[in-house]
Every structure is written in C-alpha cells, then in structure tokens.
Design a protein around this ligand. Structure first.
Ligand code: TXA
Ligand code: MG
Length: 335
C-alpha cells in the first residue's frame, strides 16, 4: 500500500525525516514527479537507481532551495550562471556545472560535472527547506516509460517498489526541465529541450546558445547529449506514430486501423479523413502548445491503459515549447 502525503506541516515534517534517514520518497515538481533521495547519501542514491531500474551510467539531477547549497556542490566559474539563476530559478531549468568532491560519483555517474536545479513547485520547495538536504531526483517513472505528472501515475507504475508519494496535484509544465551545460569554456549547449526555450535563454544571456539535442532517428545517446537521453524513451507499450501535416506517412495510411486512437494537438484542429471514425483525443482545448505539453504524458498513460492497438498523434511544429514536445513525442514513438 502506498502512503500519499499531503501539503500540511505534519506530512512535510515526516517526508523530511524519511529523506534524512535515507528513504526514497516521490515528490511533485512543476515539471514531472521525481523520485527523491538525499544526494550525499550513497545508499539513498543507490536505492533511487534500483527503484527506477535505471542504469548507473545515467546521472541524476540534484535539487536545492538556495544558491548557498549550489556553492557547496559545484564550482561556479561562469558569469552566465548568475544570469540564468536569477532569470529562471526557481523553475524548470537544470544547469550543468563542474562538481565539487562532496557530490558522490554515483550521482554524476562518474562525470566531473553535476546537474543542479532549484524547482518551483511550492511543496517540493517546502520539503527541500525543511530537510535542508540536496535531493537527487530523476523522473519517477520506470526507466524508459512515460514520465509521471500526477501522484497516481507514480503509484500506478512504481507503487510496489516505493511506499511514500507526496501528492502535489498535476505538474504544471508537464515536461522535464530544460538542461543547459555551462561546464564548457566557450560554449553553452542545451542538452535537453524543455519548458525554458532556446529563445528565452538567448534573450537572457545575449549570446548564442547551441541546441545539441535533435530528434533525429539516427542519433544515439553518445557524444554531447545528456547521457540518459536515449532516442527510445518516454514510451507507451502501445505503438505510437507521429504524423506531420505534409507527411508522406500520412498519405500512406489509407484506412484507419481497428482500435486506433488519434491524438490531435488542438481540440478544434483538422482531423485527417482516415481517422474520422477513430476515437479522437486532444492535448489542448484552446490552441495552446503549453497546455498540450502539460497534458501529453497524462494522455499517453491513459491511452496506454486501454486496449488500443495503435496510437497516432499529430506532430507539433519545432518552434518554442513545440521543440520540447516534439522531442518527447519522437522518443515515445521510437521503435
Ligand atoms: O524536470 C526534471 O528535470 C525532473 C524533475 C524531477 O526535476 N527530473 C528529471 O530527471 O527529468 P531525469 O533523471 O529523468 O533526467 C535527468 C537528465 C538525464 O538525461 C541525465 O542524463 C541528465 O539529466 N544529466 C544529469 N547529470 C548530468 C551531467 N552531469 N551531465 C549531463 N547530463 C546530465
Ligand atoms: Mg526521466
């Protein structure tokens, strides 16, 4: 049985105490739910990897509530750090910096850098403040499956491996944080697109920010991408196919297949005629791509529980938040 903890002083104190004693607790973030443990306690970190079934080569993000904690964990030798922290923290941005020795190699998978984030979710903040611990937290999904944006999603897919889940409602952003690498001397690279867009970063820093992560089917996890960002990820068990507006794939589908779900981006968007008689779902009521991003993982989880043999989804344009949404959908659709 899972224990769902709530936003009250007693439950927050209990969560903080569990974390201090090395337990792993699922926590709500504004991006997706996380599987949190004391980042400087190797036993707790090992338990995170085990619960998630995650390979040890894939490093974790460390969450903090103060800049002072960052100084204890990382070397800040770039002026870009202060600008980004001031503009986007607390919020859905993760920054990669050279690490200090206190951060266990297990957390960073042996890398000389550490990923750091100050989350905006008020309940996650209260837990960070009350425990006063840096918390390592990957998304609280089994490795490779769809990320969780509600407490119930965590219970559905990890409930037998984890006792405590803190319920902070549905995640507002619905996609994982943008990851920006600040550890290279003369370049700034986005390793994972997310809610903070390339345009926002460039506007803040008044310099070029590279986008190394592309949603190209040939790309693998080697090279400059975040080590864990394999092409196949966030995947439902039901096969998912993305359809662009002018896709040749779209014209090749002559008849809708039985038991097919069709996901449109916007409720009032056009539905290709082949899907006219399929069950139709949409990601946004109001032509809003941010709303679509917020809903995408929850809808994929919901459809994956039903017995559809195929899910088709309209492909978003690679603009603004659409870049992150397209990245997740492309990975979810990868074979
Ligand atoms: O929004 C989020 O970032 C959520 C919430 C819980 O904060 N967390 C999250 O964690 O998405 P996770 O573990 O699912 O994804 C973290 C990504 C992985 O792809 C990992 O490879 C990358 O961050 N990463 C972590 N440390 C890194 C490092 N030192 N260098 C490069 N990439 C790193
Ligand atoms: Mg993840």
């Amino acid at each position: 049985m899972n224990a769902f903890l709530q936003d009250n002083a007693q439950d927050i104190a209990q969560a903080a105490q569990l974390l201090e004693s090395g337990e792993v607790v699922a926590v709500p973030a504004e991006t997706v739910y996380g599987l949190a443990g004391h980042a400087l306690n190797e036993e707790a970190v090992r338990a995170i990897f085990e619960i998630k079934g995650r390979p040890l080569i894939d490093p974790l993000i460390v969450h903090v509530h103060s800049l002072q904690q960052i100084e204890e964990l990382a070397i800040i030798d770039t002026p870009y750090f202060a600008s980004l922290a001031q503009a986007f923290w607390p919020g859905p941005l993760t920054l990669i910096l050279p690490k200090k020795a206190v951060v266990p190699d297990l957390v960073t998978a042996g890398k000389e850098t550490v990923a750091l984030r100050m989350p905006a979710h008020p309940l996650f903040q209260k837990i960070l403040q009350t425990s006063a611990l840096p918390l390592a937290a990957p998304s609280a999904n089994p490795f490779g499956y769809i990320s969780p944006t509600q407490a119930q999603h965590v219970a559905d897919s990890l409930g037998d491996k984890l006792k405590y889940i803190i319920d902070g409602g549905a995640s507002q952003e619905g996609l994982e944080s943008t990851i920006v690498d600040l550890s290279k001397p003369n370049e700034i690279n986005i390793l994972r697109p997310g809610p903070i867009t390339q345009e926002q970063l460039e506007k803040c820093l008044k310099t070029k920010v590279n986008h190394l992560k592309v949603f190209n089917k040939e790309q693998n996890s080697s090279g400059e991408s975040a080590p864990g960002t394999l092409i196949k990820h966030y995947s439902p068990r039901t096969p998912l196919t993305l359809l662009s507006k002018d896709s040749s794939e779209r014209s090749r589908i002559s008849l809708f297949e039985k038991n097919t779900a069709y996901i449109q981006l916007f409720r009032h968007g056009e539905v290709p005629q082949q899907f006219a008689t399929c069950d139709k779902y949409w990601l946004s009521e109001s032509n809003d791509l941010r709303e679509a991003a917020q809903n995408v993982f929850a809808l994929l989880r919901k459809l994956d529980k039903q017995d559809y043999s195929n899910i088709y989804c309209e492909q978003p344009k690679a603009e603004g938040i659409g870049i992150a949404l397209l990245d997740r959908l492309t990975r979810a659709a990868a074979q």
